[in-house]
Design a binder for this molecule. Structure first.
Ligand code: URA
Length: 265
């Protein structure tokens, strides 16, 4: 970061206003924060360790239909992350620096699923921390009025494909059980699929992004909103408005108010 930029005090309100301007929102009305509402489930939800035990005795029909995690009991998220860290099932283990398991709240009502780690994620072990990740954080925090720490973020692949090439079908197949188990353990109410690979995975579809985007689907019994990947939005910023519409629909589905920003009639 240039030095003068470091010295300049940050103005969060100006940043939020700029973000909405970018989306075509002409007027902002500020009122109460929405973030505490999303975390309401937290208070009601048992601690993660308790939940994990509870999930172990859940019978198959209560789980998403396509779930197959290779046995009657699910591992805990910690066990799963440990397994991922040592995974050598596909070729990506030979080029990765770190596996990238998840970020956020394991009790989240809302889950975001991307494609695969990029260079920054491969270096840090945390999903969505590079440029696309910064945009995703803005979408969550400034766009939806939530805290990134209150949602759960994961990817279809847990290892970076070299040069960020698209995932290969056998890599998706090898990694499938990890994401399936993550979803079964977190049990979000809504999943936002980010980009083609994530949406095709979640909806068991071979449709393109234009056909899928903005149309509610189901992963088992969980509502899925397919939307554009933040990397695509960095290249095509004029599509941000569509994504904004999708995220507003997600807030409605969760019974959460949109942050007090309204389009001028
Ligand atoms: N793109 C993704 O799909 N996932 C990440 O974690 C980063 C970039």
């Amino acid at each position: 970061m240039p030095q003068d930029e470091q010295r300049r005090p940050r103005n969060p309100l100006a940043e939020i206003a700029a973000y909405y301007r970018d989306l075509g929102v002409a007027e902002l009305h500020l009122d109460r924060a929405t973030a505490p509402v999303l975390s309401a489930k937290k208070a009601a939800a048992p601690a993660l360790a308790e939940r994990s035990r509870a999930v172990e005795v859940v019978t198959a029909p209560d789980r998403p239909e396509r779930l197959s995690v290779g046995g009657p009991a699910l591992p805990t998220l910690a066990e799963l992350a440990h397994e991922v860290a040592g995974c050598q099932t596909c070729r990506l283990c030979s080029t990765r620096n770190r596996t990238v398991f998840s970020d956020g709240d394991p009790n989240a009502r809302l889950m975001f699923i991307g494609e695969a780690p990029g260079a920054d994620e491969d270096a840090s072990g945390i999903p969505f921390v590079g440029r696309a990740g910064q945009l995703l954080t803005k979408m969550i925090e400034q766009g939806m009025g939530l805290r990134r720490a209150d949602v759960y973020i994961a990817n279809v692949l847990k290892c970076r494909p070299p040069e960020n090439r698209p995932p290969m079908p056998d890599e998706v197949a090898s990694c499938r059980r990890f994401l399936e188990a993550q979803i079964a353990l977190v049990q979000p109410e809504v999943i936002v699929g980010l980009g083609k690979f994530s949406c095709q995975f979640l909806l068991d579809s071979d449709e393109g992004m234009t056909a899928m985007r903005g149309r509610w689907g189901l992963y088992g019994k969980i509502a899925v909103m397919p939307t554009y990947h933040p990397s695509y939005l960095l290249r095509q910023p004029e599509r941000k408005k569509d994504c904004w519409e999708d995220l507003l629909n997600v807030l409605v589905k969760l019974g959460l108010p949109a942050p007090a920003a309204q389009r001028k009639a």
